[in-house]
Design a protein around this ligand. Structure first.
Ligand code: SAM
Length: 292
């Protein structure tokens, strides 16, 4: 069977199966390409529509099993093929950490312009999971040191594997910590993508999300418990000219309502995404009372 034929058939199966596309693609054809290309190690620059590639019997067996898992178990493609893309970079992905998909990627690719004007020397990736945000920052800012912090040692092991893959291990150290409990430095930039899904929203998530570690998604207090702690504590871990960037996704409205006096800057994204805010260290100090 030709590659193109297999991809078209798979896309049709995916469309008929009523799958949810929320982990790197948003439609059945892209999802099929992702599964087949990553599954067989094909370069994404190759256009399947014009490819004359014929799939071998062992390749077909492998792919058929992948397609079965995607449809019957609703496993996200990233976990099936063990790889996800973030900032145009490949990252190892498995059930030890969430699948990278944060819109913060767009900010990293623009080197956080115009939010910061000079390259940060010290960056903290709070709630790093598999390390995608911190490692992509380390690659964008080759002179920077980056701390990758997570409460889960399993996630940090994956982050180390990703850091080795991208050659950033000498500048990106992992630190197991409950938010800032083990952190003892002050950073130019803190980027945080904490768990922020409320219990109510958890109940409406499609089955694909249930393959991801629950402690990476769910958060008490309408999804705000950890984001609020980060906002309250961050001033102590930022230099006086420092900046905090944090994603809270669909909890944006709840956070804005809870902290209506805090001057949070909600960022806009060219390629989709929402619920990411920025606030300076000086604003966190000035509006400390609004946070308590
Ligand atoms: C939404 S995931 C973000 C993963 C990754 N940064 C990304 O953008 O794909 C949240 C991460 O926060 C971690 N986490 C949960 N509670 C934490 C805590 N109290 N302190 C530090 N990390 C925590 C989870 O283990 C999970 O890896």
């Amino acid at each position: 069977m030709l590659l193109a034929e297999y991809i078209n058939n798979t896309a049709q199966l995916f469309a008929n199966a009523d799958l949810h596309f929320g982990h790197g693609t948003d439609n059945a054809i892209d999802e099929a390409v992702y599964l087949v290309y990553s599954g067989l190690g094909i370069n994404f620059a190759e256009d399947f529509r014009s490819s004359r590639r014929v799939l071998s019997t062992p390749e077909l067996h492998t792919l058929d099993e992948f397609v079965r898992r995607r449809i019957e178990s609703r496993e996200p493609v990233a976990y099936i093929v063990g790889e996800a893309w973030f900032c145009g970079l490949p990252f190892f992905a498995d059930e030890r950490a969430l699948i990278p998909r944060s819109p913060i990627a767009e900010l990293i690719e623009k080197q956080f312009a115009p939010l910061i004007s000079s390259p940060p020397a010290l960056i903290l990736d709070m709630c790093t999971g598999g390390g995608c945000i911190g490692i992509a920052c380390a690659l964008q800012f080759p002179q920077a040191e980056v701390d990758l912090v997570d409460i889960s040692e399993a996630s940090l092991a994956l982050a180390r594997k990703n850091s080795d893959r991208h050659g950033t291990s000498d500048r990106a150290r992992t630190l197991q910590s409950n938010l800032f409990s083990e952190v003892d430095r002050q950073y130019d930039l803190i980027v945080a993508n904490p768990p922020y899904v409320s219990r109510q929203e958890m109940q409406s998530l499609p089955p694909e999300y249930l393959h991801e570690p629950r402690h990476g998604l769910e958060c008490e207090d309408e999804g705000l418990a950890l984001p609020l702690q980060i906002l309250q504590q961050a001033e102590h871990y930022l230099i006086s000219e420092g900046l905090l960037i944090m994603e809270v996704g669909n909890s944006e409205e709840a956070l804005q309502k809870r902290l209506d006096k805090l001057p949070m800057l909600w960022l806009e994204f060219e390629f989709g995404g929402h619920g990411v805010m920025a606030i300076t260290s000086q604003e966190l100090v000035k509006f400390r009372e609004a946070l308590n």
